[in-house]
Design a binder for this molecule. Sequence first.
Ligand SMILES: [Zn+2]
Length: 231
Amino acid sequence: MKSKNPFHLLIQLIFPSRCVICRALTEGEADLCPDCADKLEKTGSHALQSIPFCDGCYSPYYYREPLRASFHRYKFKGYLQYAHTYGRWMAECLTEQGATQFDFITWAPLSRRRKFQRRYDQAEELAREIGRMLHLPVRPTLHKAHRPPLSRMEGDRSARMAALLGAYSLRRDAVVMGQRVLLVDDIVTSGSTLSECARVLRTAGAHTVTCVTLARRHGPHAAGKKTDDQT
Ligand SMILES: [Zn+2]
């Protein structure tokens, strides 16, 4: 229980806290119940994986149930408030791993059409939350061209990377020369999306591009299978 402020208590009565995973009511302002905390699969010593063009990619969790169902509510059902919890987990992962030296935060964006349809960009919301937690500026740097969803495409990492070539471009107002960039996305699968975004940022002169995602789909030694991420 963080606060005894009457206003906070009133808010707690009207909007009681729920677990982001099972949606059960929780004690005080907790956003995760103890049962679900036990069930989530932490990456632990495998939080960091390598991805081409990136200076490492950190993910606090594996993308498995019960996190998967929670994330689907966030990405597709408008449960935008989960960004607060997810962003905190991601920021905590970076802090635990000692990866906090960045000039600014950016994200792998949706295309304008997709963002219009969904009304929000789930990676941007995570980036803004991490920015608040780590006291870092958050800036848009990339555009995504509208393409058919990757879920319809088969192929290994190199096929996916080839398909993504040119999908992302630098915004005209982006200043990345010499900057240490933290690139945010929601889930990493093959790494092809983050790799392509990092390639564009590095080509524009970014000093380093480090990635962080809420979860990674694959274990430490299995990457590059078919997927349904980032659409
Ligand atoms: Zn729960």
